[in-house]
Design a protein around this ligand. Structure first.
Ligand code: SF4
Length: 350
Protein backbone atom coordinates (compact mmCIF):
# COMPACT_ATOMS: atom_id res chain seq x y z
CA UNK A 1 0.00 0.00 0.00
CA UNK A 2 1.46 3.43 -0.95
CA UNK A 3 0.77 6.50 1.17
CA UNK A 4 -0.69 9.64 -0.39
CA UNK A 5 1.08 12.16 1.84
CA UNK A 6 4.20 12.21 3.99
CA UNK A 7 4.29 9.73 6.89
CA UNK A 8 5.35 11.31 10.18
CA UNK A 9 3.99 9.06 12.92
CA UNK A 10 4.04 5.44 14.08
CA UNK A 11 0.30 5.26 13.30
CA UNK A 12 0.98 6.54 9.79
CA UNK A 13 3.63 3.85 9.33
CA UNK A 14 1.15 1.23 10.51
CA UNK A 15 -1.55 2.48 8.13
CA UNK A 16 0.95 2.30 5.26
CA UNK A 17 1.77 -1.31 6.16
CA UNK A 18 5.38 -0.48 7.03
CA UNK A 19 5.72 -1.66 10.62
CA UNK A 20 6.11 -5.41 10.08
CA UNK A 21 6.90 -7.17 13.37
CA UNK A 22 8.25 -4.06 15.13
CA UNK A 23 7.05 -3.43 18.70
CA UNK A 24 4.61 -0.45 18.62
CA UNK A 25 5.24 0.68 22.20
CA UNK A 26 8.99 0.73 21.76
CA UNK A 27 8.55 2.62 18.51
CA UNK A 28 6.49 5.27 20.27
CA UNK A 29 9.47 5.74 22.59
CA UNK A 30 11.82 6.03 19.61
CA UNK A 31 9.47 8.57 18.00
CA UNK A 32 9.53 10.66 21.19
CA UNK A 33 13.32 11.02 20.75
CA UNK A 34 13.88 11.06 17.02
CA UNK A 35 11.70 12.48 14.26
CA UNK A 36 10.04 10.26 11.67
CA UNK A 37 9.35 11.28 8.08
CA UNK A 38 8.99 9.36 4.85
CA UNK A 39 7.87 10.97 1.61
CA UNK A 40 5.37 9.09 -0.57
CA UNK A 41 8.24 8.39 -3.01
CA UNK A 42 10.29 6.68 -0.28
CA UNK A 43 7.31 4.79 1.13
CA UNK A 44 6.54 3.57 -2.38
CA UNK A 45 10.07 2.23 -2.81
CA UNK A 46 9.84 -0.09 0.19
CA UNK A 47 9.25 -3.79 -0.42
CA UNK A 48 6.77 -4.69 2.36
CA UNK A 49 7.43 -8.42 1.81
CA UNK A 50 11.14 -8.06 2.64
CA UNK A 51 11.84 -7.78 6.39
CA UNK A 52 15.40 -6.67 5.54
CA UNK A 53 14.48 -4.15 2.85
CA UNK A 54 17.41 -1.67 2.54
CA UNK A 55 15.12 1.32 1.96
CA UNK A 56 12.94 0.52 5.01
CA UNK A 57 16.09 0.07 7.09
CA UNK A 58 17.13 3.65 6.31
CA UNK A 59 13.79 5.32 7.08
CA UNK A 60 11.47 3.15 9.18
CA UNK A 61 12.33 3.47 12.90
CA UNK A 62 13.43 0.43 14.86
CA UNK A 63 13.29 -0.21 18.64
CA UNK A 64 17.02 -0.94 18.54
CA UNK A 65 17.52 2.86 18.25
CA UNK A 66 16.79 3.02 21.99
CA UNK A 67 20.12 1.32 22.69
CA UNK A 68 22.79 3.97 23.04
CA UNK A 69 26.35 2.63 22.96
CA UNK A 70 28.96 4.07 25.31
CA UNK A 71 31.04 5.57 22.49
CA UNK A 72 28.05 7.33 20.87
CA UNK A 73 27.50 11.06 21.31
CA UNK A 74 24.88 13.71 20.59
CA UNK A 75 27.21 15.77 18.37
CA UNK A 76 29.38 13.05 16.79
CA UNK A 77 31.29 15.24 14.33
CA UNK A 78 31.72 18.15 16.76
CA UNK A 79 29.76 20.91 14.98
CA UNK A 80 29.28 22.79 18.24
CA UNK A 81 33.01 23.17 18.90
CA UNK A 82 33.41 25.04 15.59
CA UNK A 83 30.31 27.22 15.64
CA UNK A 84 31.33 30.89 16.08
CA UNK A 85 27.75 32.15 15.54
CA UNK A 86 24.42 30.36 15.37
CA UNK A 87 23.98 28.41 12.12
CA UNK A 88 27.64 28.60 11.05
CA UNK A 89 30.21 25.82 11.41
CA UNK A 90 33.74 26.99 10.53
CA UNK A 91 35.92 23.88 10.78
CA UNK A 92 38.31 24.45 7.85
CA UNK A 93 39.75 27.85 6.90
CA UNK A 94 38.33 28.17 3.38
CA UNK A 95 34.74 27.01 3.90
CA UNK A 96 31.79 27.18 6.27
CA UNK A 97 28.59 25.25 6.75
CA UNK A 98 25.48 27.41 6.80
CA UNK A 99 22.76 25.50 8.61
CA UNK A 100 19.72 27.63 7.83
CA UNK A 101 17.16 24.96 8.58
CA UNK A 102 17.03 21.79 10.71
CA UNK A 103 14.11 20.14 8.95
CA UNK A 104 14.35 17.30 6.42
CA UNK A 105 11.88 15.73 3.99
CA UNK A 106 12.83 12.32 5.45
CA UNK A 107 14.56 11.43 8.70
CA UNK A 108 17.35 8.92 8.20
CA UNK A 109 17.60 6.49 11.10
CA UNK A 110 21.43 6.76 11.08
CA UNK A 111 21.54 10.58 10.89
CA UNK A 112 24.68 12.13 12.38
CA UNK A 113 22.68 15.23 13.37
CA UNK A 114 19.65 13.35 14.70
CA UNK A 115 19.75 15.27 17.97
CA UNK A 116 19.53 18.58 16.08
CA UNK A 117 17.07 17.92 13.23
CA UNK A 118 13.30 17.41 13.27
CA UNK A 119 10.36 19.27 14.79
CA UNK A 120 12.05 19.23 18.21
CA UNK A 121 15.42 20.17 16.75
CA UNK A 122 17.15 23.50 16.32
CA UNK A 123 14.49 24.84 13.91
CA UNK A 124 15.09 27.50 11.26
CA UNK A 125 17.43 30.44 11.78
CA UNK A 126 15.45 33.58 12.59
CA UNK A 127 16.14 36.78 10.61
CA UNK A 128 18.51 38.13 13.29
CA UNK A 129 20.57 34.93 13.30
CA UNK A 130 20.66 34.90 9.48
CA UNK A 131 21.96 38.49 9.47
CA UNK A 132 24.67 37.54 11.98
CA UNK A 133 25.61 34.48 9.89
CA UNK A 134 25.97 36.57 6.72
CA UNK A 135 27.98 39.19 8.63
CA UNK A 136 30.35 36.41 9.77
CA UNK A 137 30.83 35.18 6.19
CA UNK A 138 31.32 38.74 4.94
CA UNK A 139 33.91 39.49 7.63
CA UNK A 140 36.00 36.38 6.88
CA UNK A 141 37.64 36.87 3.51
CA UNK A 142 39.22 33.41 3.64
CA UNK A 143 35.77 31.83 3.13
CA UNK A 144 35.77 30.63 -0.49
CA UNK A 145 32.90 28.15 -0.23
CA UNK A 146 29.57 28.18 1.62
CA UNK A 147 27.91 24.80 2.14
CA UNK A 148 24.18 24.92 2.80
CA UNK A 149 23.27 21.91 4.87
CA UNK A 150 21.23 21.31 7.97
CA UNK A 151 18.68 19.75 7.81
CA UNK A 152 17.98 19.77 4.12
CA UNK A 153 18.17 23.30 2.67
CA UNK A 154 15.97 22.34 -0.27
CA UNK A 155 12.92 22.09 2.00
CA UNK A 156 12.96 25.90 2.00
CA UNK A 157 10.65 27.57 -0.49
CA UNK A 158 12.31 28.88 -3.67
CA UNK A 159 11.55 32.42 -2.45
CA UNK A 160 13.34 31.82 0.86
CA UNK A 161 16.29 30.12 -0.83
CA UNK A 162 16.59 32.97 -3.26
CA UNK A 163 16.72 35.50 -0.40
CA UNK A 164 19.62 33.57 1.16
CA UNK A 165 21.45 33.23 -2.12
CA UNK A 166 21.06 36.89 -3.02
CA UNK A 167 22.88 37.69 0.24
CA UNK A 168 25.72 35.37 -0.77
CA UNK A 169 25.77 36.96 -4.24
CA UNK A 170 26.89 40.22 -2.66
CA UNK A 171 29.95 38.66 -0.98
CA UNK A 172 32.80 38.73 -3.51
CA UNK A 173 35.17 36.31 -1.78
CA UNK A 174 32.56 33.52 -1.79
CA UNK A 175 33.04 31.75 -5.10
CA UNK A 176 31.30 28.41 -4.56
CA UNK A 177 27.90 27.60 -3.10
CA UNK A 178 27.22 23.96 -2.29
CA UNK A 179 23.94 22.35 -1.22
CA UNK A 180 23.68 19.01 0.57
CA UNK A 181 20.31 17.41 -0.06
CA UNK A 182 18.22 14.29 -0.47
CA UNK A 183 15.37 16.08 -2.30
CA UNK A 184 16.06 14.93 -5.91
CA UNK A 185 15.76 11.32 -4.70
CA UNK A 186 13.04 11.49 -2.03
CA UNK A 187 10.82 14.17 -3.60
CA UNK A 188 11.92 14.55 -7.23
CA UNK A 189 8.91 16.58 -8.39
CA UNK A 190 10.06 19.39 -6.08
CA UNK A 191 12.99 19.99 -8.44
CA UNK A 192 11.10 22.32 -10.75
CA UNK A 193 11.98 25.48 -12.66
CA UNK A 194 11.35 27.74 -9.63
CA UNK A 195 13.66 25.72 -7.38
CA UNK A 196 16.40 25.55 -10.02
CA UNK A 197 16.18 29.31 -10.63
CA UNK A 198 16.51 29.88 -6.87
CA UNK A 199 19.56 27.60 -6.62
CA UNK A 200 21.28 29.67 -9.29
CA UNK A 201 20.33 33.02 -7.76
CA UNK A 202 23.75 33.64 -6.19
CA UNK A 203 25.41 33.80 -9.63
CA UNK A 204 28.25 31.71 -8.11
CA UNK A 205 29.38 28.26 -9.18
CA UNK A 206 26.83 25.88 -7.70
CA UNK A 207 27.51 22.33 -6.53
CA UNK A 208 24.80 20.01 -5.28
CA UNK A 209 25.81 16.98 -3.19
CA UNK A 210 23.12 14.32 -3.50
CA UNK A 211 22.69 11.95 -0.57
CA UNK A 212 21.64 8.40 -1.57
CA UNK A 213 22.73 5.03 -0.24
CA UNK A 214 21.10 2.33 -2.34
CA UNK A 215 20.78 2.00 -6.13
CA UNK A 216 17.00 1.59 -5.87
CA UNK A 217 16.81 5.22 -4.70
CA UNK A 218 17.89 6.37 -8.18
CA UNK A 219 14.50 5.87 -9.82
CA UNK A 220 13.68 7.23 -13.28
CA UNK A 221 12.03 10.24 -11.60
CA UNK A 222 15.13 10.88 -9.46
CA UNK A 223 17.38 10.59 -12.51
CA UNK A 224 15.15 13.04 -14.41
CA UNK A 225 15.34 15.51 -11.50
CA UNK A 226 19.14 15.27 -11.54
CA UNK A 227 19.15 15.78 -15.32
CA UNK A 228 17.17 19.02 -14.87
CA UNK A 229 19.74 20.25 -12.35
CA UNK A 230 22.79 19.28 -14.41
CA UNK A 231 21.28 20.71 -17.60
CA UNK A 232 20.85 23.99 -15.71
CA UNK A 233 24.61 24.13 -15.07
CA UNK A 234 24.64 22.78 -11.53
CA UNK A 235 27.52 20.39 -10.83
CA UNK A 236 26.38 17.28 -8.99
CA UNK A 237 28.44 15.12 -6.66
CA UNK A 238 27.35 12.27 -4.41
CA UNK A 239 27.56 11.48 -0.76
CA UNK A 240 26.64 8.12 0.74
CA UNK A 241 27.04 6.42 4.08
CA UNK A 242 28.37 2.88 4.24
CA UNK A 243 25.61 1.18 6.22
CA UNK A 244 25.27 -2.35 7.53
CA UNK A 245 22.23 -4.01 5.94
CA UNK A 246 21.88 -1.29 3.29
CA UNK A 247 24.95 -1.15 1.06
CA UNK A 248 27.73 -3.09 2.86
CA UNK A 249 28.25 -5.27 -0.19
CA UNK A 250 30.61 -4.45 -3.09
CA UNK A 251 27.98 -5.47 -5.67
CA UNK A 252 25.35 -3.10 -4.23
CA UNK A 253 27.87 -0.31 -3.76
CA UNK A 254 29.20 -0.73 -7.30
CA UNK A 255 25.66 -0.54 -8.66
CA UNK A 256 25.02 2.63 -6.62
CA UNK A 257 28.21 4.34 -7.83
CA UNK A 258 27.53 3.38 -11.45
CA UNK A 259 23.96 4.71 -11.14
CA UNK A 260 25.36 8.04 -9.91
CA UNK A 261 27.75 8.32 -12.84
CA UNK A 262 25.04 7.35 -15.35
CA UNK A 263 22.98 10.19 -13.81
CA UNK A 264 25.92 12.64 -14.22
CA UNK A 265 26.51 12.73 -10.47
CA UNK A 266 30.23 12.30 -9.70
CA UNK A 267 30.79 9.95 -6.73
CA UNK A 268 32.44 12.03 -4.02
CA UNK A 269 32.27 10.86 -0.40
CA UNK A 270 31.48 7.47 1.09
CA UNK A 271 31.20 8.14 4.82
CA UNK A 272 31.99 5.62 7.52
CA UNK A 273 28.93 5.84 9.83
CA UNK A 274 29.26 8.41 12.62
CA UNK A 275 28.86 7.68 16.32
CA UNK A 276 25.30 9.05 16.52
CA UNK A 277 23.13 7.81 19.39
CA UNK A 278 21.19 4.60 18.78
CA UNK A 279 22.87 3.80 15.46
CA UNK A 280 25.26 0.96 16.33
CA UNK A 281 23.16 -1.49 14.27
CA UNK A 282 24.29 0.41 11.15
CA UNK A 283 28.01 0.40 11.95
CA UNK A 284 30.51 -1.99 10.49
CA UNK A 285 34.17 -2.03 11.46
CA UNK A 286 36.66 0.12 9.59
CA UNK A 287 38.41 -3.11 8.43
CA UNK A 288 35.13 -4.37 6.95
CA UNK A 289 34.59 -1.02 5.25
CA UNK A 290 38.12 -1.02 3.83
CA UNK A 291 37.60 -4.50 2.34
CA UNK A 292 34.35 -3.43 0.65
CA UNK A 293 35.92 -0.27 -0.74
CA UNK A 294 39.03 -2.17 -1.91
CA UNK A 295 36.74 -4.57 -3.78
CA UNK A 296 35.50 -1.65 -5.91
CA UNK A 297 39.01 -1.11 -7.29
CA UNK A 298 39.24 -2.70 -10.73
CA UNK A 299 35.60 -3.78 -10.57
CA UNK A 300 34.22 -0.40 -11.69
CA UNK A 301 35.59 2.56 -13.63
CA UNK A 302 37.70 5.19 -11.91
CA UNK A 303 34.83 7.60 -12.55
CA UNK A 304 32.76 5.56 -10.08
CA UNK A 305 35.24 5.47 -7.18
CA UNK A 306 34.18 7.44 -4.07
CA UNK A 307 36.59 8.56 -1.36
CA UNK A 308 36.06 6.54 1.82
CA UNK A 309 36.20 8.95 4.75
CA UNK A 310 35.71 9.20 8.48
CA UNK A 311 34.66 12.35 10.30
CA UNK A 312 37.00 12.17 13.26
CA UNK A 313 34.82 12.26 16.40
CA UNK A 314 35.11 15.51 18.33
CA UNK A 315 35.21 17.87 15.35
CA UNK A 316 38.72 17.21 14.04
CA UNK A 317 37.58 17.04 10.42
CA UNK A 318 37.61 14.34 7.76
CA UNK A 319 40.28 11.70 7.15
CA UNK A 320 40.61 9.34 4.20
CA UNK A 321 40.48 5.81 5.61
CA UNK A 322 40.72 3.58 2.53
CA UNK A 323 43.49 0.96 2.64
CA UNK A 324 46.76 2.25 1.24
CA UNK A 325 47.88 0.60 -1.98
CA UNK A 326 51.45 1.75 -1.46
CA UNK A 327 53.99 1.06 1.30
CA UNK A 328 57.59 2.11 1.70
CA UNK A 329 60.04 -0.80 1.53
CA UNK A 330 63.36 1.07 1.69
CA UNK A 331 65.00 4.42 0.93
CA UNK A 332 62.88 5.83 -1.93
CA UNK A 333 61.59 2.34 -2.73
CA UNK A 334 57.95 1.28 -2.57
CA UNK A 335 55.75 -1.75 -2.96
CA UNK A 336 52.52 -0.96 -4.78
CA UNK A 337 49.56 -3.34 -4.87
CA UNK A 338 47.37 -3.70 -7.94
CA UNK A 339 43.60 -4.20 -7.84
CA UNK A 340 44.02 -8.00 -7.66
CA UNK A 341 46.17 -7.63 -4.54
CA UNK A 342 49.51 -8.50 -6.25
CA UNK A 343 52.47 -6.42 -5.07
CA UNK A 344 54.95 -4.68 -7.43
CA UNK A 345 58.16 -2.84 -6.62
CA UNK A 346 58.57 0.79 -7.57
CA UNK A 347 62.28 1.72 -7.72
CA UNK A 348 63.97 4.79 -6.22
CA UNK A 349 64.57 7.78 -8.50
CA UNK A 350 68.04 7.30 -10.08
S1 SF4 B 1 18.66 14.13 5.26
FE1 SF4 B 1 20.69 14.41 6.20
S2 SF4 B 1 20.33 15.78 7.96
FE2 SF4 B 1 18.32 14.97 7.31
S3 SF4 B 1 17.97 13.14 8.55
FE3 SF4 B 1 18.96 12.43 6.67
S4 SF4 B 1 21.18 12.42 7.15
FE4 SF4 B 1 20.13 13.68 8.71
Amino acid sequence: MNSVGPIKTVEGLERAGLLGQRDREALAEVAAHYAIALTPTVAGLIDRTDAADPIARQFVPDPVELIVAQEERADPIGDEAHSPVQGIVHRYPDRVLLKAVHVCPVYCRFCFRREMVGPQGLGTLDPGAMTAAFAYIRDHEEIWEVILTGGDPLVLSPRRLEEILRQLASIDHVKIVRFHTRIPVVDPSRVDAALIAALRASGKTVFLALHANHPRELTNEARAACARLVDAGIVMISQSVLLKGVNDDPTVLAELMKAFVETRVKPYYLHHPDLAPGTSHFRLTIEEGQKIVAALRGRISGLCQPTYILDIPGGHGKAVIAEQSIRKTGEGCYSVSDYRGAEHLYPPVA
